[in-house]
Design a protein around this ligand. Structure first.
Ligand SMILES: [Zn+2]
Length: 506
């Protein structure tokens, strides 16, 4: 046998495609020829594969070795092809039975010593293999837990190339890995820890119930970060489909905790304002990695001190947030990641950021305006809820009234409100109030005229734009869902108006 074939998986973002790996040995000057657009990393892997084969006790054929990876149009990034290349070479050389290799999908990087190393993106790769109808996949032992999350495909865990060779020769079997019951995710920070701040607490509850983006303004120490961190805990847990989706992103990003391979709770990502575009949205050298925005998919992206972010970076967020996905293009190919994240911006009211509040502020009105103007209108336009948080006074701390409501109580109200919205929106393809387009809102779900008087007056006086009007209606519906009403009344509309007529422009 001088021709052998096996399978591996190439990834573009979180989309995997099964790649056919073919090896042909022929007479001629010994050497390796690669066919099928392999990137620089795959080229380097040939040297690694050779060392691994020899150090695993195998023989590297002194022939002309032609390696073909197809489909050629699929970019082949990363080191996950090593294991497939090694076994295909060994099979072509007759060292292992070619037919046993031809049935397998192999994923994994090889160490020079012949060990099989864990790689990023195993979950989406195994999903792709299962979807393409393959029955068995061999993955690095370090990724086996993640691979076993995929149903309908047998997962074999490999620690070394020698183990794989023994398995293929029928001398020993690689251990089968099955999905083990996952321990419950540890609880996140609890809303019961937030003292005072009734407006802020209300705002995160409303944001969670309607999926609204949120803007928190207030002096340092007002609890902006505390409140934002508690938003994911108010969102419903991820269902199986959503959990796999989010886990796939974190698998490619390399941020998956090794001991708990499935992300079951909405995530919280808080990039610093010095973060690069690549860190925020995605990119990087080598295979394209998802940024914080994508890692926050179905969770919360928190930008603290938002006016400190470069405006160009903030503007980049607008379209992906709207579309729910981001595409990063490079010469070597493009990658698309989902990014349906809920945005929370936080800002100090002015650059001096006095903890004592306005009284001790040393900024001129112009400085304050300029600072607030750093947030671009188009991005703020997407934010339904804007809340000014007062400084937490000593009196509020000392005031020992009833204990603040814990996350569990508020999350139950949120779940109720979300269920009501989902029932109303069923058949539209929309899930939460924040997604309802303005036109649909005005035509189909306009509250009674009597409830709208206040907001119509604001519109006439020019303190509210038409888009602003739509956002007030969206929030009013969420407030109505939270209150268990069937349609927003004047109270809900008034409160919704109060939750947005703040910070610079309306
Ligand atoms: Zn100031």
């Amino acid at each position: 046998m001088t021709l052998a074939r096996t399978w591996s998986v190439g990834l573009a973002g979180v989309h995997g495609a099964v790649v056919d790996v073919e090896v042909d040995l022929s007479a001629g000057v010994p050497g390796v020829v690669l066919v099928g657009l392999p990137d620089a990393v795959v080229r380097q892997s040939v040297d690694r594969v050779r060392a691994a084969v020899v150090n695993a006790g195998g023989r590297w054929p002194l022939r002309r070795i032609t390696i073909g990876l197809s489909p050629a149009s699929m970019p082949k990034q990363g080191s996950g092809f090593d294991l497939a290349l090694a076994t295909a070479v060994l099979a072509a050389d007759g060292a292992v039975p070619a037919e046993s290799v031809g049935r397998l999908v192999l994923i994994g990087e090889l160490g020079l010593d012949g060990s099989v190393r864990a790689v990023r993106g195993v979950l989406p790769a195994v999903l792709a293999a299962a979807r393409a109808g393959h029955a068995t996949v061999v993955v690095p032992a370090g990724n086996a837990g993640e691979a076993a999350l995929v149903e309908g495909i047998e997962v074999l865990a490999a620690g070394t190339l020698a183990e794989v060779v023994a398995h293929l020769r029928g001398r020993a079997s690689l251990p089968r890995h099955t999905r083990s019951p996952l321990p419950p995710a540890p609880p996140g920070p609890d809303l019961g820890d937030v003292v005072g701040q009734p407006v802020g607490r209300r705002a995160v509850e409303v944001a969670a119930a309607g999926g609204h983006h949120l803007f928190l303004s207030g002096p340092p120490g007002a609890g902006k970060t505390m409140l934002a961190e508690r938003l994911p805990g108010l969102l419903p847990a991820l269902d199986e489909q959503a959990a796999l989706e989010v886990t796939a992103i974190h698998s490619v990003a390399g941020t998956l905790p090794p001991d708990s391979p499935l992300v079951t709770r909405p995530t919280f990502e808080a990039p610093h304002h010095s973060a690069t575009m690549a860190a925020l949205v995605g990119g990087g050298s080598g295979p394209i990695r998802p940024g914080a925005l994508c890692r926050a998919h179905r969770g919360v992206l928190f930008l603290d001190e938002a006016p400190e972010f470069p405006r160009a970076v903030l503007d980049t967020l607008r379209q992906p947030l709207e579309r729910g996905s981001v595409t990063i293009s490079r010469a070597a190919g493009a990658a698309t990641f989902p990014c349906r994240a809920q945005l929370v911006l936080a800002a100090n009211p002015c650059p001096c950021a006095s903890a004592a509040g306005d009284a001790a502020c040393t900024c001129s009105p112009l400085e304050r305006r300029r600072y607030q103007g750093r947030l671009s209108g188009p991005l703020l336009d997407r934010i339904d809820l804007r809340v000014d948080l007062p400084a937490v006074t000593r009196a509020a701390w000392l005031e020992t009234g009833t204990a603040p409501e814990p996350t569990s109580v508020v999350a139950a109200r949120v779940a109720h409100a979300r269920a009501a919205a989902a029932a109303r929106l069923s058949g539209t393809g929309l899930g939460v109030n924040s997604q309802v387009p303005g036109r649909l809102l005005r035509e189909r779900w306009s509250p009674p005229r009597s409830a709208l008087r206040l907001v119509e007056r604001a519109l006439e006086r020019g303190v509210l734009s038409v888009r602003g009007y739509d956002r007030v209606l969206r929030v009013a519906w969420t407030l109505s869902d939270l209150a268990g009403r069937t349609v927003p009344g004047p109270d809900e509309v008034a409160e919704a108006l109060g939750l947005r007529l703040q910070w610079a422009a309306a």
